[in-house]
Every structure is written in C-alpha cells, then in structure tokens.
Ligand binder design. Structure first.
Ligand code: RP5
Length: 181
C-alpha cells in the first residue's frame, strides 16, 4: 500500500523491482512530521501513474544533503520537484536557487501561527528564483500541478488530466442535482 511504500522509501530502502522506475517527480520535505500532509502529493502522482520518489531533506538539519539533492536532481531525470516545509520554511526556496527545474512549494501548517509563517516563508521569493506556491497544506494541488507541467510534453498524461477534470465536474454537478431534489 502507498503508506507502506512511503515508509520504505523514507527509510532509504529500494522498492521491489516491479516499481523501480526512474522517478520523474521528487517529493521532498523538511521533516517526517510533514508526511501526513505531503503524502497527498504522492497519492495524486500514484493515481496518474507518474514515477516519483519521496525523501526527507531538511534545509536546516541536513544542508549538505539539500545541496546535493537540488543540484543533481535534473541530472537524474527528475523533471519537477515538490518541496514541503513548515515554520521557517526555507526548503522550497533554497532548492529553487540550486536547480533549473520547476519547484512547487507546499506550506505545511505547524502547531502555531496557523501556517501563515510557512506560507509567507515560501511565497515571498525574490525576482529570478520562482517557487510555485500552493495553499497551506494543499499537497494535492502540488501533485496536480506537477502532473500538468509534465503533461505539456506527454499526451497520455494530458488525456488523463482532461478526464480528471471531467470527473471532477460530473461529481460537483451530481452533488448539486442531489441538493435540488
Ligand atoms: C520544518 O520544521 C519542517 O518542514 C517541519 O514542518 C517543521 C517542524 O519539524 P519537526 O520539528 O517536526 O521535525 O523544517
């Protein structure tokens, strides 16, 4: 199951051969305490069949690892990085400074300040170093944004995105019809 897989990846072990495909999206986060939020991005990528990896990379606690990860991701075939962090959430911005890849930032809500600290830390990037910031705790949208970025060069993925939007529309209309009855 997905959560089991995530735990395995985070412990640094390889998945079995059947699922060992080169990841296209890197999901990173500052702490394992971010995982309950960040797993929603993995769920979306799983749903769309996009190979991805999940790693704990802390801007503050493992700065060398952050440097290595960010500066080499594009050489390993990663095409989009989703980075989540809370509090003094420097990870997405620092990673964006060290990679040419698109970086999607997820502000994770901590136990104080309601996530506004995380949001402002991630969204207020200087000109020249972009981070596409989603709403607080909205790792689902980070996953969807990564799929949309990849789908520009992948017709199958774009068809699946169009179908996802159709399904979403149908679901809302059906709920509306039920209310009217
Ligand atoms: C950030 O500090 C992490 O992204 C996390 O959201 C926050 C708290 O980390 P823990 O103290 O829970 O490990 O770096």
């Amino acid at each position: 199951n997905l959560e089991g897989n995530l735990a395995t990846i985070i412990e640094g072990e390889k998945l079995d051969d059947k699922t060992a495909v080169a990841p296209r999206v890197g999901i990173i986060m500052g702490s394992d305490s971010d995982l309950p939020v960040m797993k929603d991005a993995a769920k979306i990528l799983e749903m769309f069949g996009v190979p991805h990896e999940v790693r704990i990379v802390s801007a503050h606690r493992t700065p060398d690892l952050m440097f290595d990860y960010a500066s080499s991701a594009h050489k390993r075939g990663i095409q989009v990085i989703i980075a989540g962090a809370g509090g003094a959430a420097h990870l997405p911005g620092m990673v964006a400074a060290m990679t040419p890849l698109p970086v999607v930032g997820v502000p994770v809500r901590g136990s104080t300040l309601d996530g506004v600290d995380s949001l402002l830390s991630i969204v207020q990037m200087p000109r020249g170093v972009p981070v596409a910031t989603v709403a607080v705790n909205n790792a689902t949208n980070a996953g969807l944004l990564a799929v949309r970025i990849l789908s520009v060069a992948n017709e199958n993925l774009m068809s699946r995105m169009i179908q996802y939007q159709e399904d979403q529309k149908e679901s809302v209309l059906t709920k509306g019809e039920k209310l009217e009855k």
